[in-house]
Design a protein around this ligand. Structure first.
Ligand code: BMA
Length: 828
């Protein structure tokens, strides 16, 4: 039996040229014009120096892509032939053999055309003519009479009018590269009598003993005929066969299936991630067609219960409240088409390595590719999914609304089977912008009516129709499903807290700005010197060089990083130390925030810092830089997001030790709280047996600070809390009573041993004196350390494993490590 539908990839052999030129050059599809020009050395490396500015001309031009291709015989024989562009960025007319078949204006959904009558067996000419997205919009804007806010847009503020990744136009952590191109795969699809358009599998009802699923198959047929539908799934043992009748036109088949004693999908840290892979085979007289769909079975609910100032915002998975720990995700490259599966695997793996269980796909980027969500399903990462609207007001004319409708329907349909996705969110910070950033005062009220049409009518309608199982949350931050009249309320819904960084507040301010779910807050740092060297010449390695400033996109800029360094640390003598210290400062800020949020569980049930990753090398709020290097913050996250946290704080003259347990089981252990002088002398030790409830946060110890100190100098004291089970430490934390710049740090003395055992690299550091913020760096190999940025007391020995990056080429010779601490950064 032959396959009913077959497809031919149309990605090889493309050429491109500037519109007015006649010089065809090889192109890579999927790709974009910037990368094609780079491949031909026609533009300089976009991230290097100030090259960003030099290549802005690209987006003002028209670009043409062309392919001559033969149709595969089997496809040509098919009665119906469809050409499908899975993604076009963005304004393009497409011609096949001289006939216009597609006119595209939205990068976020596929564009298809029936080419049955145009396609030739050989030498088809396919031409894609891209128009400049900037020039396209300029006349439209003029006729509007007012502009729409788009503060991050560095290319003429046209971005709100175009359904294209907002960050392409620049952001406060990324460059402006307004790309054009065929950014997703192209394929030719052929079939005869019938064709599967869509398959969806949803869980209708979930009880402890069974999961009731509904499989829906949408088919188009050109005849009435009998068919058989076979559905199988190995994990559950499902093997079912159904007899059906196809009718001419649209067919929707629905089948109810039940999985007995389903294995439930859980976020990482709370259980396993079993996935069920369904195979659906449809066969008629002469043909068959099959497809697969992988799902996870779980129940998800965002509990919004009234109380206090407003409503809670709690993620419940399988009736279990989950404290959400993670970060905001931005596109991992300015040119996303060159990202590989491995890039996604590494970044998402790094999120889990740092004990994260949630990522927010932020609305200024792209709807990520299928494998992003597949990997999240496999790793147990919960995904907060924004629609791609951020920090701008948007038009709502019929054409725009229709375009968004098509985009939203496509994306929700594409993604809804992923167990990892927990909610749909309309936009990033647009309600805030209108209500608090002065937009309301400057713009006509009709702009707010347009907002309503998009985020309170169109998008919730699509979600309700296509995926009623998830919450649609109109905007982040938000406190209500209705169009809001006031901006965020701390104590209701989700919050973005930017008093630290944008508002210049001290880190203590996190304590006074706790919400029910904090979906953004952050602190900038500089990426490591090796990363900066990739875009700078030696002479540019300074905070005030044009190149370094050119890579700093935030308005408060490098000065704000220095301001925070100055508040907590002593400013280093040179650039490289300042870079390292910026990371230590950033980690300190975010740790302060997360510990506050976790201590306040269950009032607060989620914390996502801004931002996990970068789209290019430069200063930003990320914890992992563009090249995948972990900043100090990412190492800190591994500790402050650990399932069990010891958190020490001061309040009203009391020193408090809190324990947070994110696990579903209770803990019986010993909390040992010890006050040390930096010279190693133990001033006091309090040891207590504790029973800690599952999913709990509680104050376990409260000590009068004055008594505790016994008159010792705060500047040379550290309080250490260790939670032990059977003499093994499961969580520990150190607390210093002064800001680092006021601590009495001495030049560290230590010895180091290196061992290579069973192909593994171990480093042992034995401290002879107190060492604060000890950090290791491997000088000739990329890799990760099992721990980094830690403190040691005299005579403490720390074992650290170095795990080299498998993908980098083995460098010759022994590994060389550099070990430094805060002292060397501030005083040498
Ligand atoms: C947030 C985000 C981004 C921005 C970040 C840092 O509010 O939504 O728009 O990059 O702040 O300013």
């Amino acid at each position: 039996m032959n396959f009913q539908t077959i497809s031919q990839p149309i990605n090889q052999g493309w050429m491109f040229q500037q519109e007015s030129s006649s010089n065809w050059m090889d192109a890579v599809v999927p790709g974009c014009v910037h990368l094609d020009l780079l491949n031909h050395n026609l533009i300089p490396e976009p991230f290097f120096g100030l090259n960003e500015k030099e290549i802005q001309w690209i987006s003002n031009q028209g670009w043409v892509y062309r392919l001559i291709f033969d149709t595969e015989k089997e496809i040509y024989k098919k009665k119906n032939k469809r050409l499908c562009f899975n993604g076009l960025d963005t304004y393009a007319n497409i011609y096949l053999n001289g006939e216009k078949i597609i006119s595209a204006d939205n990068m976020f959904h596929p564009w298809e055309a029936d080419v049955s009558t145009i396609l030739l067996p050989e030498k088809n000419e396919l031409i894609v003519v891209f128009r400049s997205p900037l020039k396209e919009i300029a006349p439209k804007m003029q006729s509007l009479g007012h502009s729409l806010p788009a503060e991050n847009d560095q290319a003429g503020k046209t971005s709100p009018f175009t359904r294209k990744a907002p960050f392409h136009y620049g952001w406060d952590w990324g460059p402006c590269f307004v790309t054009l191109g065929i950014w997703k795969e192209v394929e030719l699809v052929g079939w005869n009598q019938w064709h599967i358009e869509k398959v969806s599998i949803v869980t209708n009802k979930l009880t402890e003993t069974s999961a009731d699923l509904e499989v829906e198959i949408k088919l188009m047929s050109e005849s009435d005929e009998e068919c058989q539908v076979a559905i199988s799934e190995p994990r559950s043992g499902i093997v079912e066969k159904f007899e059906s009748n196809l009718v001419t036109g649209k067919n929707i088949f629905k089948y109810l299936l039940s999985i007995r004693d389903p294995e439930l999908w859980w976020p990482v840290g709370h259980g396993e991630q079993p996935l069920y892979t369904f195979k659906i085979v449809i066969s008629s007289n002469m043909f068959k067609q099959e497809c697969t769909k992988r799902i996870g079975i779980r129940d998800v609910l965002i509990k919004r219960e009234k109380g206090g100032k407003g409503e809670s915002f709690e993620i419940h998975v399988n009736n279990q409240p989950i404290f959400s720990k993670g970060a905001n995700w931005i596109p991992a490259d300015s040119f996303t088409t060159r990202l590989t599966y491995k890039d996604y695997e590494r970044l998402l793996g790094d999120a889990v390595k740092a004990n994260m269980n949630t990522l927010r796909v932020w609305g200024g980027g792209i709807y990520e590719p299928d494998h992003f969500y597949d990997i999240c399903d496999e790793l147990g990462i919960l995904v907060w999914q924004d629609f791609m609207f951020a920090c701008s007001m948007y038009p709502a004319d019929d054409m725009f609304l229709n375009s968004v409708k098509k985009e939203a329907e496509y994306q929700v349909n594409r993604l809804k089977h992923h167990p990892s996705i927990i909610l749909w969110c309309g936009n990033n910070e647009i309600a805030s912008g209108w209500l608090s950033w002065g937009w309301k005062e400057e713009l006509p009220a009709s702009v707010w009516d347009d907002y309503k049409k998009l985020f309170h009518e169109l998008l919730p309608d699509v979600c309700e129709k296509v995926d009623p199982s998830r919450l649609y949350w109109p905007s982040s931050p938000g406190h209500d499903l209705a169009q809001p009249e006031i901006d965020q309320i701390y104590g209701s819904g989700d919050n973005h807290y930017w008093g630290v960084w944008h508002g210049g507040d001290d880190f203590d301010a996190f304590e006074n700005n706790i919400g029910r779910f904090i979906s953004e807050y952050g602190m900038q740092s500089f990426p490591e010197v090796g990363t900066i060297e990739k875009f700078s010449r030696k002479k540019d390695l300074s905070l005030t060089s044009k190149v370094f400033e050119g890579h700093q996109k935030a308005s408060l800029g490098n000065g704000n990083v220095l301001k925070y360094i100055d508040e907590y640390y002593t400013r280093p003598k040179d650039f490289s130390r300042t870079v390292s210290l910026s990371q230590i400062m950033q980690a300190k800020a975010i740790r302060a925030a997360v510990e506050v949020h976790r201590r306040n569980m269950p009032f607060c049930m989620g914390t996502l810092y801004w931002q996990l990753n970068d789209c290019w090398p430069g200063p930003s709020w990320s914890s992992i830089d563009y090249y995948g290097n972990w900043k100090a913050l990412h190492y800190a996250a591994k500790k402050f997001y650990a399932p069990v946290l010891v958190s020490i704080t001061e309040k009203n003259g009391q020193v408090e030790v809190h324990i947070v347990n994110d696990q579903g089981h209770s803990i019986s252990g010993k909390l040992i709280t010890t006050l040390f002088l930096f010279n190693g002398t133990k001033i006091k030790e309090i040891s207590e047996h504790l029973d800690i409830d599952p999913y709990s946060s509680s104050k376990k110890l409260s000590l009068d600070k004055e008594k505790l100190m016994e008159g010792n100098n705060e500047a040379e004291i550290v309080l250490k809390g260790i939670l032990e089970i059977n003499k093994i430490s499961i969580a520990e934390s150190e607390y210093y009573f002064s800001r680092p710049k006021d601590l009495k740090l001495n030049k560290p003395e230590f010895s180091v041993n290196y061992e290579f055992i069973n192909e593994r690299h171990f480093i042992y550091i034995k401290a002879k004196s107190h060492m604060h913020e000890v950090h290791l760096n491997c000088l000739n190999r990329r890799g990760l350390f099992s721990d980094n940025y830690f403190n040691l007391l005299p005579n403490e020995i720390k074992e650290i494993e170095f795990i080299p990056d498998e993908t980098t080429i083995e460098s010759k010779g022994a590994l060389r490590f550099q070990i430094k601490s805060l002292y060397e950064l501030m005083y040498e």
